[in-house]
Structures are given as structure tokens and as C-alpha cells.
Design a binder for this molecule. Structure first.
Ligand code: 4AD
Ligand code: MG
Length: 463
């Protein structure tokens, strides 16, 4: 691959190689020409020189368009005096698949909006090749982080009956004839006749099942797709996104935040180490200062503040004339503008906000001794806002039952979850990292649609 040659130009110099990839540009100078090729193995392109004398089908190659696939045989020539460290002197070139003249990726600087309409081709651009490589490297770093610390990887079901967040944002899964479903006498849909014998949905979080496994393995994590039918058309919400959810037995909220902070730092370091070319490109063309900022984040402590303190900070800013669209007072759910003020203007680094009011958080969070806040922690980062949501879980059966009842939730749906509190319950905690939001943070890309290979958002699930 092209990467292998870049890694050892001296070793390859003078030796014959075969590379296969897609054309980035062709320049025909009559008696010789240049082809730049990318095979996806690394960020950099390869430049091949072809002489009319040496390459039999010179005119065919000189005429192919950007995007065509070629196999080039030739000899590596080190070019230490030039910007690129080597060239490939082509001897034989096979045009595997020419790109039709209407190849939509011709333009050097297509807008990201336009590229979103080219999901099948945009990963051939520098920008998207860089984004999706970072995505892959970050995913591996996450697995490595947890595996090295003895966490067991569990996959949790995608089809489920439990609404893990109790927020009613689930996509229904059904094989019933939706136009004319079987109905009960009272006119409601007879879900008993559906595929599973009851209604089922796509999971919004693997947490509840991860908790089961934490009660046998101690430390576990999930990493999988999750789905939310949230009607929020923003640049940080997708209907299908990936979540990383560790769950730890005998762990409290502080331990939870320690793991989250260590994980983010390890992933940042890994990506900077393994993707220097990609990071340099983001730093130059997407978000100036990105690399310096991430270096700083990886080597300094995150801020930790309670919700109540955060509200005081925001109220003070408000009193000092900072105009929030959504007014601040104790009890409100923090909006993106508030999250960004805290992390960008006030703390100027990643910030954990803890101990939110119980009434704005999920049912499973552990009630604090004050009786009105829960042991929750959200991690907010500059440029994005919430990237992680976590908590210590309510391990006390009576309190959990009370909460489920008070919220009018269906207790039957959570019977297994409640059982865990009856058979060897213990202090435990976990969190969920929105993987796309992490990739946005790592790349400086400001729209979730541009870090998902095939984004699914309100009004769009094409291809
Ligand atoms: O804060 P959330 O809703 O927390 C949970 O689902 C918990 N069950 C996690 C846990 O404790 N195991 O979601 C966790 C994270 C958010 O912080 C955010 O980064 C991301 O998931 N997220 C989304 N990312 C993209 N699109 C959406 N619609 C998202 N909703 C949440
Ligand atoms: Mg949240």
C-alpha cells in the first residue's frame, strides 16, 4: 500500500511495487505525465510519473477522469530534494474502472452541504477520509482503554421493550401491517399479534442491560448503535448514533468521572499519535488551534462543579448582562447555550456538572441525601456542550420503586432491572459517551452529519 512505501522510502527505493487506488488528478505533458493516486491506506497521495515511451496505453491513462480506479506497476524512486519523498516510475498501468465524466467530486472545494448529498463518494475526499480514519482510530482506542483495564465488552440488544431513558423517544419495530393493524375490541392495536408477541422498539441506550453484566463481571462496557426519535434538528443530534457505555460495580460518582476523564485523555493522545497528517489538516482547514487545544486538554484536569454552583455562575453572568435566550434559574435543564458558556467562557476546559435536580434527570439516577438532586454527571466540552451523560445508579430497591411509580412508568417493563436490586445490589455507576460528539470534538467538525458515515437525522435516512 501507499502507506507502506511512505513508512520506508529508503527500503523501497529502486524496487518494483504495485499499487491500486483511485485517481486524484492526471496531468498530461505530451511525452510524459503525472498521476496522483490514493488507495485509502493513508492520508497522503502517491505521485506516479509515466513516460509515453514506457507506458503502452499512455493516451488511455492520460485521458481518465478523477475518481477512476487504476493498478500501477512501477519502480519507487526516492526524491529527497522535492516536497514529496518519492515518486513511482510507472511501467504498466491498468485502468480498472474509468470514472464517468459526470463524477460529482471533481471540484476541489465542494461545500460540505453538497458533499452530504454524496454519501457514497464523499469518503474519497481528503476531509472525509480524515474524519473516518479518526473515527476508526478513536473506536479502537476506546476498546483498548477498557480492555487494558479489565473491562468486559458486552453487546446489548438493539431490539428491546425497555425505554432506558424513560423519555418516550423510541422507534417502534413491527411486522404488523401498519395501514391496517389487528385491533382489540377497544380499537387499540393488538401488539400481541406482532412478531415478538408484544410491542418492541429500537434501543435508546444499552445501560439497563449493561447493569446486569456489571453485577456479574464488575466492570463492563458496551459500544454499539443507539436510536432516538428525538425531533431535534440540530447539528449535534442524530436519530442513529453510537454510544460507549461503561458500567462499574462498587463505584461511586467520583470514580465514574475519573474513568470518563482518563478515557477521553487516552483517546485524544492515541488519535494525535496515530493520525498526525489528519490532525494537521483539521488544524489548518477546519479548526485553527485544534491541536494545541487538545494537547492542553490531554494534560490538564477537567473542571468539576455541581449543578447548583453552575446555576450560580450562569445567574451571575446573566446579571452582568450576558443575554441567554433561555433564562437561568435553579431547576431548569441546561440548554446548549448554558453548557457552552460554562465550558467555553467560564472554565475554558472540559467541565463535569454534577448533582442535577432529580426532576430533570432519568429515573435510575441515585437520589442524593438532600432529597432533591441526583448523583448525575454530564461532561461538557467547548464547541459542543454535552458529550457524556452519566450517573451513580439508584441501588436501593424501595427508592427505585418509588421513583418509577411517581413518574407513572410501567413497573412491569422494569421487573428485571428491579430484580437486580433484590439479588446482591451494590453501589454502581456508569456513563454514556456519544461517540459522534467525541469525533466532532477530535476533528473540530461542527456538524454531526459530517462525522457519521451515513447519517440518519430528522427527515433523512437515505441509502
Ligand atoms: O445523556 P444520555 O441520554 O445518557 C444515556 O443514555 C445514559 N443511559 C448513558 C449511561 O449512563 N449509560 O446520552 C449519552 C450521550 C450524550 O451525552 C450525548 O453525547 C449522546 O449520548 N447523545 C446523542 N448523540 C447524538 N445524537 C443524539 N440524538 C444523542 N442523544 C444523546
Ligand atoms: Mg444527557
Amino acid at each position: 500500500t501507499i502507506e507502506k512505501i511512505y513508512e520506508d522510502v529508503e527500503g523501497f527505493a529502486g524496487r518494483p511495487v504495485t499499487v491500486a487506488g483511485w485517481v486524484r488528478s492526471v496531468r498530461d505533458m505530451k511525452n510524459f505525465g503525472f498521476v496522483t493516486l490514493n488507495d485509502g491506506s493513508c492520508f497522503k497521495d502517491l505521485q506516479a510519473v509515466m513516460n509515453r515511451d514506457a507506458v503502452e496505453n499512455y493516451d488511455e491513462v492520460a485521458g481518465v477522469g478523477v475518481g477512476s480506479s487504476l493498478v500501477i506497476e512501477g519502480v519507487v524512486e526516492a526524491t529527497p530534494d522535492r516536497p514529496q519523498p518519492f515518486e513511482l516510475k510507472a511501467e504498466r498501468i491498468v485502468v480498472e474502472g474509468p470514472a464517468a465524466p459526470d463524477y460529482p467530486m471533481q471540484k476541489k472545494r465542494a461545500t460540505r452541504e453538497f458533499l452530504r448529498t454524496q454519501q457514497h463518494l464523499r469518503s474519497r475526499t481528503n476531509l472525509f477520509r480524515a474524519v473516518f480514519r479518526v473515527r476508526s482510530v478513536a473506536a479502537f482506542a476506546i476498546h483498548q482503554f477498557f480492555q487494558e483495564r479489565g473491562f468486559v465488552y458486552v453487546t446489548t440488544p438493539i431490539i428491546t421493550t425497555s425505554d432506558a431513558e424513560g423519555a418516550g423517544e423510541m422507534f417502534r419495530v413491527t411486522t404488523l401491517d401498519v395501514e391496517n393493524p389487528p385491533r382489540l375490541e377497544d380499537g387499540s392495536v393488538d401488539w400481541a399479534q406482532d412478531f415478538f408477541g408484544h410491542a418492541a422498539s429500537l434501543t435508546v441506550s444499552g445501560q439497563l442491560q449493561a447493569e446486569n453484566f456489571a453485577m456479574s463481571f464488575g466492570d463492563v462496557y458496551t459500544f454499539g448503535p443507539t436510536f432516538r426519535a428525538e425531533n431535534s434538528n440540530t447539528r449535534r443530534h442524530a436519530a442513529e448514533f453510537w454510544m460507549v457505555e461503561p458500567e462499574m460495580a462498587f463505584c461511586d460518582l467520583d470514580g465514574d468521572m475519573d474513568v470518563a476523564e482518563a478515557m477521553l485523555k487516552v483517546v485524544i493522545r492515541q488519535v494525535m499519535d496515530r493520525c498526525p497528517d489528519e490532525m494537521e489538516m483539521f488544524n489548518k482547514f477546519v479548526d485553527k488551534g485544534l491541536v494545541e487545544r487538545l494537547e492542553h486538554v490531554a494534560s490538564s484536569e477537567f473542571a468539576r462543579v455541581t449543578y447548583t454552583e453552575a446555576i450560580e455562575i450562569l445567574e451571575k453572568a446573566q446579571a452582568d448582562g450576558h443575554a441567554f435566550e433561555y433564562p437561568v434559574s435553579w431547576g431548569i435543564d441546561l440548554q446548549t447555550e448554558h453548557e457552552r458558556y460554562l465550558t467555553e467562557e467560564h472554565f475554558k476546559r472540559p467541565t463535569f456538572v454534577t448533582d442535577y435536580p432529580a426532576q430533570i434527570k432519568a429515573f435510575y439516577m441515585r437520589l442524593n441525601d438532600d432529597g432533591r438532586t441526583v448523583a448525575a454527571c454530564d461532561c461538557l466540552v467547548p464547541g459542543i456542550g454535552e458529550i457524556i451523560g452519566g450517573s451513580q445508579r439508584e441501588e436501593r430497591l424501595e427508592l427505585l420503586e418509588e421513583r418509577i411509580e411517581a413518574l407513572g412508568m410501567d413497573k412491569e417493563q422494569y421487573k428485571y432491572y428491579l430484580d437486580l436490586r433484590r439479588y446482591g445490589t451494590c453501589e454502581h455507576a456508569g456513563f454514556g459517551l456519544g461517540f459522534e460528539r467525541l469525533v466532532m470534538y477530535l476533528t473540530g467538525i461542527d456538524n454531526i452529519r459530517d462525522v457519521l458515515p451515513h447519517p440518519r437525522t430528522v427527515g433523512n435516512a437515505e441509502f
